[in-house]
Every structure is written in structure tokens, then in C-alpha cells.
Write a protein that binds this ligand. Structure first.
Ligand code: SPV
Ligand code: MG
Length: 293
């Protein structure tokens, strides 16, 4: 059983939000609204992002956060949420290391890990100057996927292969060729990434991909093409939409403004209009008499 993939098989579309700490996971867990039809709308899972986890530790997004730190965060998230967790595993490290990573994250209760088809010096895919970034050969990446599949103990975790062809200036044919090869190697899902402002390329990919692979879950990360609604991505063929970095991006300017306000006014009174009341933060402290979920 796999919480995430079983739901997708039932035809449910999934919307995830990033968490880089227990407090941000609390936001993912507790945020909900009622839409115009009176239906409750909430996030369906938590994305552990290499960008926001690295940055929250003061590190560049170059595969420096080790598996133990990721497992610590996953344990913290689990303390407050039972929602499926997807972990960004960058390139999956060396293929000699990848099996151990899959095994550790499966035991940690993770529903899926995403590995991107780059090798060597990996940087965040959204940076503009990316001439250092190299795409892995199809053969080597398929080997890595096969190693990961062999390392799985049960059916509780899936490997999602993230295709960087559009990021690295290649076209639709390359992306589709890779998708087919990665699925044949055992990938449970495909993530097609892009740093265009327009969603046209990923939508074109989704339409062709879903003709050949209607039952393979398709993921996207609309960090750059963010003017398109999740519903439109879902109706274009995507099964999972990941909002990958927004809680850290929301927190940073709020913290910076507060810090500057204290310096400017030499007291915290003025900052008080933008920050939560002391009593409100006290009400967030977990009740020791209530067991965690
Ligand atoms: C991350 O969240 O670390 C990702 C997604 O890899 S993105 O930054 O949009 O490339
Ligand atoms: Mg990443």
C-alpha cells in the first residue's frame, strides 16, 4: 500500500506544499478553505524540497543536506501530519549510495522520492546560468532507477524520475524518449520540469505522455509557470502539482521586515502590527495531554 499512489490510482488529483521545518509542516497540515461549492480544500501532502531545506540550514542547494538530516525532518513532520511526504533527493547521489537512500526513506515512511536526471555538480534547476549542469545519460539514469527499485522492501515507496530536458535546452522528443526509458526501468512516476514562465511546454508534454502512459502518475512543479491554476494543470493530464518553496519565501520577508522594524524604532512595538500576538503563538504550543496524531 502507498498512501499517495493508491489515491492517484483512484483518480484523485494531488496538490502538495513545501515544508522545511515542523512549524511549516503544521501550516501544510492545518490550512484549509471551503471552495465556492462548499467543498473543503486542503493540501494532500508535504514536499521536502532540496532548495528550502538547504537554505533553511544556510547551505547552497548542491546536495549538501545528508540523508540523516532529511530523516530528522521527516520525523518532525510525522509528529504533526499523516499526509503523504515526497522527498526531493536531487540526483539520488552516486548509484552506489542510492539503494541505501531508498531503503532509509522507505523505512522513514516516505511515499515517494524524486530524483532528477542530472549528474556531477548539481545546482537548483531554476537558476539562470546553468552551463555547469549536465544531464545524465539515459543508460546511467535507468541503472540508478533499477538499483532503487531493487532496494525497496515493500510497495510503500515510489521513485519518481524527474526529467530536466526542458531545463537544459532540449526538446519534447528528448523528454518523451527519456520518460519511456525511465518507466521501463521501473520509475513509478514522471516529473517534467521547466523554468519557462509559460506552462505550454509541460502541457504539450503531458498531452502526448498521457496518450502512451495513461496510468503512470505525472508530476509538475509550477515554481516559474505559476499563473496557471492547479485545476488547469490537472485537466491537462497532471496528477500531482507541487508548490515547492512558498512557505520559506513567505516567511523570509516577514522575518526581515520585523528585524528591520525593531532596529528602526528601537523597540518591538511597531513590529507588533505585522506579527502574531503572544497569546496566539502560545495557543500553538502542543498540549502535553494530547498525544500526537
Ligand atoms: C526544490 O524544491 O528543491 C526543487 C524544485 O528542486 S525547484 O526549485 O522548483 O526546481
Ligand atoms: Mg531540488
Amino acid at each position: 500500500m502507498n498512501l499517495l499512489f493508491d489515491q492517484i490510482k483512484l483518480g484523485k488529483k494531488r496538490r502538495l506544499l513545501e515544508a522545511h521545518s515542523a512549524i511549516s509542516a503544521m501550516i501544510v497540515e492545518n490550512s484549509s478553505i471551503y471552495d465556492k461549492n462548499g467543498e473543503k480544500k486542503e493540501f494532500d501532502g508535504v514536499w521536502v524540497s532540496s532548495l528550502t531545506l538547504s537554505l533553511s540550514k544556510g547551505l547552497p542547494d548542491i546536495e549538501l543536506v545528508d540523508i540523516t538530516s532529511k530523516l530528522n525532518l521527516i520525523q518532525e513532520i510525522r509528529r504533526i501530519s499523516n499526509k503523504p511526504i515526497i522527498v526531493d533527493c536531487d540526483t539520488g547521489s552516486l548509484k552506489e549510495q542510492f539503494g541505501f537512500i531508498v531503503n532509509a526513506l522507505e523505512r522513514g515512511g516516505v511515499s515517494a522520492i524524486v530524483i532528477e536526471d542530472k549528474f556531477g555538480y548539481k545546482q537548483n534547476s531554476l537558476i539562470e546560468e546553468n552551463e555547469n549542469q549536465k544531464q545524465e545519460s539515459v543508460e546511467n539514469f535507468c541503472d540508478k532507477i533499477r538499483i532503487g527499485v531493487r532496494a525497496m522492501q515493500h510497495d510503500t515507496i515510489g521513485i519518481v524520475a524527474r526529467i530536466e530536458s526542458f531545463i537544459l535546452g532540449k526538446g519534447l522528443d528528448d523528454a518523451l524518449f527519456r520518460a519511456k526509458a525511465y518507466i521501463n526501468a521501473g520509475a513509478s512516476g514522471i516529473l517534467i520540469h521547466s523554468k519557462d514562465k509559460s506552462a505550454d511546454k509541460v502541457i504539450e508534454f503531458a498531452k502526448v505522455f498521457k496518450v502512451d502512459f495513461p496510468n503512470i502518475p505525472l508530476f509538475c512543479v509550477p515554481s516559474k509557470f505559476n499563473s496557471i491554476a492547479d485545476e488547469e494543470l490537472f485537466s491537462s493530464g497532471f496528477d500531482v502539482v507541487i508548490h515547492a518553496n512558498h512557505l520559506l519565501r513567505a516567511a523570509y520577508p516577514a522575518m526581515l521586515n520585523t528585524a528591520k522594524s525593531i532596529l528602526q524604532f528601537d523597540r518591538s512595538y511597531e513590529a507588533g502590527t505585522d506579527i502574531m500576538e503572544i497569546n496566539d503563538i502560545l495557543s500553538l504550543i502542543p498540549d502535553p495531554n494530547v498525544m500526537p496524531i
